[in-house]
Write a protein that binds this ligand. Structure first.
Ligand code: KIV
Ligand code: NA
Length: 268
């Protein structure tokens, strides 16, 4: 099988084939996700919450992300491996480059993801011109939790929406090869995707984006948030109709590809 790369993500966007994305933290799940046809596998800093049991992502380190990348990289034959740059690991150009080097060389990541808008354009350009593909994560930025106070929908009014759309454009111009939108109104997700020239992945960003991302433990209905009954609106439990995990993951991939997920009730 041919592995997914940046060009393939662009082809899928152009062809209107939805990109199925899912987080993954260990080899057992990596084999299942790869077999089930997940296109884009993320070692995200959500591992701080779903694996380490913290209430935020901010304690996650570069070592943690490298550790989980190493656990899954050899099990992915086709899927594209993307890794999060954790909180403050890209606070300066040098730190961003060192952290990205570790995620790619030790972890086997093909792309790094970082949170932020125009204020990160300089870092995105610094990485991009050195051959590091970057996914820029806009909308809800969980790494800002200590400033935001709560996880909530972003870009609700027109001023915030157009600022985010401008940020998306600036990050693309800085060299971002992919955008990720978290918790934004469906209209804004569509607007940014239509204006973009790179693939746009959404999590809680409606149906008008090029691909969908969810956290593995959320679709399996076993994440701490789900377990305490505080699961976000955009989460769908794919175990409800499935006899085993691989069937649930394959159903998620199918639902993304067919457009059945997200449904209106998952959107803002
Ligand atoms: O860390 C993560 O899992 C993420 C996704 C929710 C986009 O950043
Ligand atoms: Na993340």
């Amino acid at each position: 099988v041919k592995s997914v790369n940046v060009a393939e993500l662009h082809r899928m966007r152009a062809a209107g084939e939805k990109i199925a994305c899912l987080t993954c933290y260990d080899a057992s799940f990596a084999l299942i996700e790869d077999r089930a046809g997940v296109d884009f596998v993320l070692v995200g800093d959500s591992l701080g919450m779903v694996i380490h049991g913290r209430s935020t992502t901010t304690a996650v380190t570069v070592d943690d992300i490298v550790y989980h990348c190493r656990a899954i990289k050899d099990s992915l034959k086709r899927a594209y491996l993307v890794a999060d740059l954790p909180f403050l690991s890209y606070a300066t150009r040098e730190r961003a480059l060192d952290a990205s080097q570790r995620l790619m060389q030790e972890g086997g990541a093909k792309m790094v993801k970082l949170e932020g808008g125009r204020e990160q354009a300089d870092i995105v350009e610094y990485l991009s011109v050195r051959g590091v593909p970057v996914c820029a994560h806009l909308g809800l930025q969980p790494q800002l939790i200590h400033k935001l106070g709560a996880f909530k929908v972003q870009g609700r009014d027109e001023a915030a929406a157009s600022a985010m759309a401008r940020d998306a454009r600036l990050l693309e111009e800085a060299g971002a090869d992919c955008l990720l939108l978290e918790c934004v109104p469906a209209d804004l997700g569509r607007r940014i995707t239509e204006a973009a020239t790179v693939p746009v992945i959404g999590i809680g960003a409606g149906a008008g984006v090029d691909g969908q991302m969810l956290v593995l433990q959320d679709i399996l209905n076993i994440s701490p948030m789900v377990t305490v009954g505080r699961s976000p609106r955009f989460v769908q439990n794919f175990m409800a109709q499935a006899s085993d995990i691989e069937t649930a993951v394959a159903a998620y991939v199918q639902a993304v590809k067919s457009g059945a997920y997200p449904a209106v009730e998952h959107c803002f």
